[in-house]
Design a protein around this ligand. Structure first.
Ligand code: IVH
Length: 696
């Protein structure tokens, strides 16, 4: 192929420059396909770059030649204010998972039984199912919508129902085709949704982190975080510089056209259209072949250039997939076979104590750095002093470190073999390492705590981080670094002080420009409008997690009533036992907590009034009397609190956990483990439609 130089600059485009730019685009797309999809490039990087430069030159001289999906347009756009939300036309599901071979065999048996029942052919129970297996990539799911072969929208999975519109960012990801070009045939769908995983290859991750660190920035913890952090950038020009990869794994919504009738055929077809797919995928007959595949891939796991955390098995026939359907947001035709957590042996160099939000001191192991599952681990939790004693761990010991997925690495125990000669005991400090306050360890408790309260900078910082976090007031943009700056600089003492931050004060901080300051002020403004449940959770009362906060909110409906409740009354609330009740009552008895709440309300943090709960009087008014339901997941038509109130108004009892006494679990989108629990107890699982019927 010829790599010609740029023609001389001209004002308008000539036919020849138009022809040349079309030709360059065609060639560049062809080489992209060879490189990203076939993994078999025909030209060197330098030759490819020369083509890109020539096209850039032409487009610069003749701006009218620029097309929206020209390969030169993968540079990103101006920073966005935030991401718009996108409703998925078909929900993006999650996967059930298992660790043990027998869990996979059970899955396979359920598939065979169901297929036999559905087709009325009892022999099918014995027939081996054809599966397609492929690695479970450790990245994030993305939905790509093509209309007439052009990429028009890209969205993250979000909660499965709605995700974030990241089209501008996704346009910068080179392996994702912007248009399906010549390979898009006449019988192709008019609308095609391709789903897959955006991830970062190990080598790209290492290079990115080295670059970030050279600029004095903090690197990412692992490739998954790097991929997620890069994709969810408000500044798509940053995304454009991040080396993201993509593998397609399925088709979502389609309109028109003819599609293959198997999972494996779909991936081959997607590859022809220009989408990379995982080269490790295989079609297998029967569950034992799947388990053998798992072993083979597990052995090669460390040599793959991307991180995987298991294998996904999918029934290959799309007709069978359809027949099998879903249960609570996960398909019955697929399962993830997860790899066990990785363990490595290293030396415990020292132990330091980290102070958490409630003052709890956690012993943190400083380790001789060791690679665990592709991530360099040098810190790990030791949980608490009881655990250290139980495991008989001393500084200088050889220890086993475990890391699973995104969770914090932990020291599992002492490695076998003789203990080194020069070890020393791990001792709890007498005073808080952050503020010097007295350390207290109530009798019978495993956890020691700093008594400094909000005087302790560590507790203050952590309380603020909790307050702004996604599940609490969800104040976007207030990352760890920023919170540390405002907290340690004394600018913000209590959560209420956050709302006094204005653009001027924010701009005075390190690395906060006018644009970011403005965004932060807007984020604070938005956060003022919240819900009572979020507000209660954000307060960071000990042992009050999201679920308890929601229970408290829907039980009391009114903060002032909750604040006045004593420990005994609090135990009437579902899931609140004597200890939690005590923590709540103590919290609201503390004058400085009341002061923070007052200041927050004064800063106009507010929430809507609760739906009124009607007291059931007669049997007619209480058609659901005597029934006990558990609600899980989210519902489109109402919040869970509203559903609870509506059910209670009809006489039903709502509890927070599944037991034999539960009449049914009502599951919305993205339900929790309650559904699994219900399945194991053979308790009926109802969906949003059933809920509507119950209420009708
Ligand atoms: S299939 C219904 N295949 O795992 C099928 N998912 O728990 C749903 N994932 O959010 C997806 N690699 O991001 C599928 N080869 C693979 C995958 C994969 C990673 C992720 C995906 C999804 C999650 C499901």
């Amino acid at each position: 192929m010829s790599v010609a130089g740029s023609p001389a600059p001209q004002a308008g485009s000539t036919d020849s420059s138009k022809a040349r730019s079309d030709e360059l685009r065609r060639q560049i797309e062809h080489h992209n396909y060879r490189y990203y999809v076939l993994d078999d490039p025909e030209v060197s990087d330098a030759e490819f770059d020369a083509l890109m430069r020539e096209l850039e030159g032409l487009e610069k001289d003749h701006p009218d030649l620029v097309t929206p999906d020209s390969p030169t347009q993968r540079v990103g756009a101006h920073p966005a204010e935030g991401f718009a939300t996108v409703r998925h036309r078909l929900p993006m599901l999650s996967l059930a998972n298992g660790f043990e071979p027998d869990e996979i065999r059970d899955f396979d048996r359920r598939v065979r039984e169901r297929l036999a029942k559905q087709t009325g052919d009892p022999e099918l129970v014995e027939a081996a199912v054809i599966y397609m297996a492929e690695p479970k990539l450790d990245g994030l799911a993305i939905s790509l919508i093509y209309e007439d072969g052009r990429l028009v929208q890209a969205a993250t999975r979000g909660d499965g129902e709605t995700g974030e519109d990241v089209t501008t960012n996704v346009r910068t990801i080179r392996p994702i085709p912007l248009h399906l070009g010549d390979r898009f045939t006449d019988d192709a769908p008019r609308v095609l949704e391709v789903r897959g995983e955006v991830f970062m290859r190990r080598a790209d991750f290492e290079r990115l982190n080295a670059g970030l660190e050279a600029e004095g920035q903090r690197g990412f913890m692992n490739p998954r975080n790097a991929a997620a952090g890069s994709l969810r950038q408000l500044d798509s020009q940053v995304t454009a510089r991040r080396p993201l990869s993509f593998f397609a794994y399925s088709v979502g919504f389609v309109e028109g056209g003819t599609l293959p009738d198997t999972q494996s055929g779909t991936l081959d077809w997607l590859r022809q259209l220009g989408f990379p797919a995982c080269p490790e995928r295989e079609v297998l007959e029967g569950v034992e072949a799947c388990l053998d595949y798992y072993e083979r891939v597990a052995e090669r796991r460390a040599t793959l250039d991307y991180e995987i955390d298991g294998i996904v098995y999918k029934v290959d026939s799309l007709a069978d997939q359809q027949a099998l359907g879903f249960v609570s947001r996960a398909p019955r035709w697929a399962i993830a076979h997860k790899f066990p957590a990785e363990e490595r042996t290293t030396t415990l160099r020292n132990v330091e104590f980290r102070v958490g939000r409630t003052g709890a001191l956690t012993p943190v192991a400083r380790l001789e750095p060791v690679l665990v599952g592709g991530v360099m681990v040098s810190n790990a939790t030791l949980h608490n002093m009881d655990e250290i004693a139980r495991k008989d761990i001393r500084i200088g010991d050889r220890v086993i470190v475990r890391r699973a997925g995104d969770v914090i690495p932990e020291v599992v125990g002492r490695a076998g073999g003789e203990r080194p000669a020069d070890t020393r005991a791990i001792e709890m400090p007498a005073a808080c390492p952050e503020c010097g306050s007295h350390i207290e360890r109530p009798e019978g408790e495993a956890v020691a705590r700093c008594t400094g309260g909000l005087v302790c900078p560590a507790q203050r910082r952590e309380a603020l981080k909790h307050f702004v976090s996604r599940r609490a007031l969800d104040i976007e943009g207030f990352g760890e670094k920023l919170i540390e700056q405002v907290a340690d600089g004394g600018l913000v003492q209590s959560p209420a002080d956050l709302f006094a931050l204005d653009a001027e004060r924010l701009e005075a901080l390190e690395r906060v420009g006018p644009k970011l300051a403005e965004n932060l002020v807007n984020a604070l403004d938005q956060a003022r409008e919240t819900t009572l449940a979020r507000f209660i959770f954000a307060l960071g009362i000990r042992e009050v997690g999201e679920v308890t906060a929601r229970n408290l909110a829907s039980y009391y409906g009114d903060l002032d009533v909750l604040m006045k409740a004593d420990a005994e009354a609090l135990q009437e609330v579902p899931d609140v036992g004597p200890i939690v009740a005590e923590h709540i009552a103590n919290f609201f008895a503390e004058p400085h907590n009341l002061e923070v709440i007052r200041a927050l309300r004064e800063a106009d943090v507010h929430w809507p009034d609760p739906p009124r709960r009607a007291a059931p009087e007669t049997a007619d008014a209480a058609p659901l009397a005597g029934r006990t339901y558990v609600l899980t997941g989210s519902f489109e038509s109402m919040t869970r609190d509203e559903a609870k109130a509506a059910l209670e108004a009809r006489g039903a009892k709502i509890t927070g956990s599944v037991s034999k006494k539960t009449t049914a679990v009502i599951a919305g989108a993205d339900p929790g483990s309650k559904v699994t629990k219900a399945e194991s107890l053979d308790i009926p699982i109802l969906g949003p439609d059933d809920l509507a019927q119950l209420l009708a």
